[in-house]
Ligand binder design. Structure first.
Ligand code: DAK
Length: 258
C-alpha cells in the first residue's frame, strides 16, 4: 500500500494514514487502501484499533480538494458514498476504534475521527468542518455524527461558520475524551487501547454493538438489544472464567475471546 501503514502491537492494531505531501488528505486511493487495510486486520489477534495520521502536523486535513474540485454532481455523490461506506465500516467495526488525533482534523478528517468510538487528541489538534466555505456540505457523515456527538447547536455552529475548534475547546465540547502533549499522544493511545484489550473481547464487542444499535431506536427496542447482547455473553469461556475467578477470590486467567 502507498498511503496506509499497519503495525500490530500485541493485541492492538495501529493504522496510520500516510500521505505527507497533502497533510494526509483523503483521495480515492487513500480511501480504497483504508478500506482494504480494514478488511485485512487480523481480527482473532486484535482487540482494539488505533487510527492516526503520519507526521506531527495533521491527522487528516480533509478530503482531497484537488480531486474534488472538478467533480460532477454524480461523481460527487459517488465519492461521498465511497467515503461513507469506509467510515461506516469503521463505526461498525467489531472491535473498538480509537482516533489519535495528532494535528489538523478538518472536513473528512474530523468526520473520520467521528466514525471512531473514542477520540483523544494532541494539544496542537484542530477540528473543523470547512466545507460550507468550499461550496459543499460535509459528505462523509459530518452533518450526522457531529450533531450526535456534541449536540445540535454546537454542531450547527461548526457547520455554518466553518470555525476552527482547538484541542482544549474540543475537550470541553466532548468532541475528544482527553488531550495530551503531542509527544505523549501515541503512548496514551496505546495505554487506552491496552485497557480495552485486557477485557473480555466478546463482552467489549457486545458493548459496542449495544451502544451503537441502541442509539438508533426507541428505548424499549434499545434495552431489548442490550438484553440480546448480554445473553449472548453467557456460556462463553471468558464469562465462566471471570465469574468463577471472582467467586473463588482470585484473578481470572487471560481472556481467550471464546
Ligand atoms: N486536499 C488536498 N491537499 C491538501 C489538503 C486537502 N484537504 N490540505 C492540505 N493540502 C496540501 C496543500 O495543498 C499543500 O500542498 P502543496 O502546496 O505543498 O503541494 C500541502 O498539503 C501543505 O498544506 P499547506 O501548505 O496549506 O499547509 P499550511 O500549514 O499552510 O496549512 C492547513 C495547513 C490544513 C490549514 C491548510 O492546508 C488547509 O486549510 N487545508 C485545507 C483544509 C480543508 O479545507 N479541509 C476540508 C476539505 S473539504 C463529499 C465528500 C467528502 C467531503 C465533502 C463532500 N461528497 C462528495 C458528498 C469532505 C470534504 C472535505 O474534507
Amino acid at each position: 500500500m502507498n498511503y496506509i501503514q499497519y503495525e500490530q502491537k500485541d493485541l492492538i492494531g495501529v493504522l496510520t494514514i500516510d500521505r505527507p505531501k497533502a497533510l494526509n488528505a483523503l483521495n480515492s486511493e487513500v480511501l480504497a487502501e483504508l478500506d482494504q487495510a480494514l478488511n485485512e486486520i487480523p481480527m482473532d489477534e486484535t482487540r482494539c484499533l488505533i487510527i492516526t495520521g503520519a507526521g506531527e502536523k495533521a491527522f487528516v486535513a480533509g478530503a482531497d480538494i484537488g480531486e474534488m474540485s472538478g467533480l460532477t454532481k454524480a461523481e460527487g455523490r459517488a465519492f461521498g458514498e465511497k467515503g461513507n461506506a469506509v467510515f461506516r465500516k469503521i463505526e461498525t467495526f467489531p472491535i473498538p476504534v480509537v482516533a489519535a488525533v495528532n494535528g489538523f482534523a478538518l472536513g473528512g478528517g474530523c468526520e473520520l475521527s467521528l466514525s471512531c468510538d473514542i477520540r483523544i487528541a494532541s494539544e496542537n489538534a484542530v477540528f473543523a468542518q470547512p466545507e460550507a466555505g468550499l461550496g459543499i456540505t460535509p459528505g462523509f457523515g459530518g452533518t450526522q455524527r457531529l450533531a450526535r456527538t456534541i449536540g445540535v447547536g454546537k454542531a450547527k455552529e461548526m457547520l455554518y461558520t466553518c470555525g476552527k475548534v482547538k484541542a482544549a475547546e474540543a475537550l470541553a465540547l466532548g468532541l475528544v475524551n482527553a488531550v495530551y502533549p503531542a509527544d505523549q499522544l501515541m503512548e496514551e493511545a496505546l495505554k487506552l487501547a491496552g485497557k480495552i484489550a485486557r477485557n473480555a473481547p466478546i463482552a467489549v464487542r457486545a458493548c459496542k454493538k449495544a451502544v451503537n444499535e441502541g442509539l438508533q431506536v426507541d428505548i424499549d427496542s434499545a434495552v431489548a438489544i442490550e438484553s440480546e447482547q448480554f445473553g449472548g455473553c453467557f456460556e462463553t469461556e471468558d464469562q465462566k472464567n471471570a465469574m468463577t475467578a471472582f467467586c473463588e477470590k482470585r484473578k481470572p486467567d487471560p481472556f481467550v475471546n471464546k
